[in-house]
Design a protein around this ligand. Structure first.
Ligand code: PAN
Ligand code: ZN
Length: 190
């Protein structure tokens, strides 16, 4: 690899030189939202785009490398629950990640296998450190796109299965017009 520069549009999240552009629609979020009835109704009407990721993936998946890209969570809700990413642990659990918020308003929901959890606010200029072993999911609580830039070790990999099966311990829902953390009644685990 040679050194390079690239450009990120801080409003749209578009990352030049990204080799990977991922689009996640509502249909790929099955089982993730609490209000399954509303989810099915919305899905029947339109398979909306929930979030996108632009990523530079040309470097080898090695510990010394730094994968990086942008994540754009569009505004929206399923019932009282905001549009969000699937969320994951890293496959190599002991790997961290840094997020920098470029646009919008949201939260990062995080938890460890041992049961610790945290919800940190994301607004323009916020730098968020996700320590090793913490699962993470970005949630858009605003009316415009939530755009973040992220960097993580090249060997980290992604474990989506654990969250798909167990869910997050906590959810973020709108209550009285405000983002509110609640226990996930469907959380499966010990
Ligand atoms: C990010 C996320 C991105 C999309 O690049 O992958 O925000 O979220 P999901 O991967 O949960 O769908 C990251 O955390 N990488 O490790
Ligand atoms: Zn990650």
């Amino acid at each position: 690899m040679k050194p390079y520069t690239t450009m990120i549009n801080t409003e749209t999240g578009f990352l030049e030189r990204a080799q990977n552009h991922l689009e996640r629609k509502l249909s790929s979020m099955k089982g993730q939202y609490l209000d399954t009835e509303t989810y099915e109704v919305l899905l029947k009407n339109e398979d909306s785009l929930v979030y996108e990721v632009y990523e530079n993936i040309e470097m080898p998946k090695k510990p010394g490398e730094l994968y990086h890209g942008s994540s754009i969570v569009h505004p929206g809700k399923v019932g009282a629950e905001y549009f969000m990413t699937k969320g994951h642990f890293h496959q190599v659990l002991e790997t961290a990640e840094v997020y920098y918020c470029l646009h919008g308003n949201g939260y990062m929901m995080m938890e460890t296998p041992e049961g610790e959890w945290a919800a940190e606010e994301l607004t323009l200029g916020i730098v968020l450190y996700v320590p090793p072993c913490w699962a993470h999911r970005s949630i858009n609580v605003g009316g415009s796109d939530l755009v973040t830039f992220f960097v993580y070790p090249g060997d980290a990999g992604h474990d989506y299965g654990t969250i798909e099966v167990k869910g997050f311990r906590k959810l973020l829902v709108e209550k009285g017009g405000k983002p509110t953390v609640i226990d996930n009644p469907r959380w499966v685990g010990k």
